[in-house]
Ligand binder design. Structure first.
Ligand code: SF4
Length: 68
C-alpha cells in the first residue's frame, strides 16, 4: 500500500477529522505529532458528499483530527 506524508501543521484532508482513509502518526518530535502517513488513493468525505478527496486535498470545512 503506498502512502503520502502530511505534516500535522497543514490543514489538509489527511489531518482532518472527516478523512475516511487509513492513516497513522508516523513521526513525533518532542512527544508531539509531527507528520502523518496517509494512504494514497481517493475517498469520499462525510461532509463533502459530492467530493472525491485525497490526503493532500483541502477545503474550508477542515476540522482537526481528534487524535492530534
Ligand atoms: S474534503 Fe474537507 S472536510 Fe473532507 S476530509 Fe478534506 S478537508 Fe476534511
Amino acid at each position: 500500500m503506498s502512502t503520502t506524508s502530511v505534516l500535522v501543521k497543514d490543514k489538509k484532508c489527511g489531518t482532518c477529522e472527516y478523512w475516511a482513509g487509513e492513516r497513522v502518526i508516523s513521526r513525533m518530535i518532542d512527544n508531539k505529532p509531527h507528520s502523518i502517513s496517509v494512504v494514497s488513493g481517493s475517498y469520499s468525505c462525510a461532509v463533502q458528499a459530492k467530493k472525491t478527496i485525497q490526503g493532500t486535498g483541502t477545503c474550508m470545512k477542515w476540522k482537526k483530527w481528534c487524535s492530534l
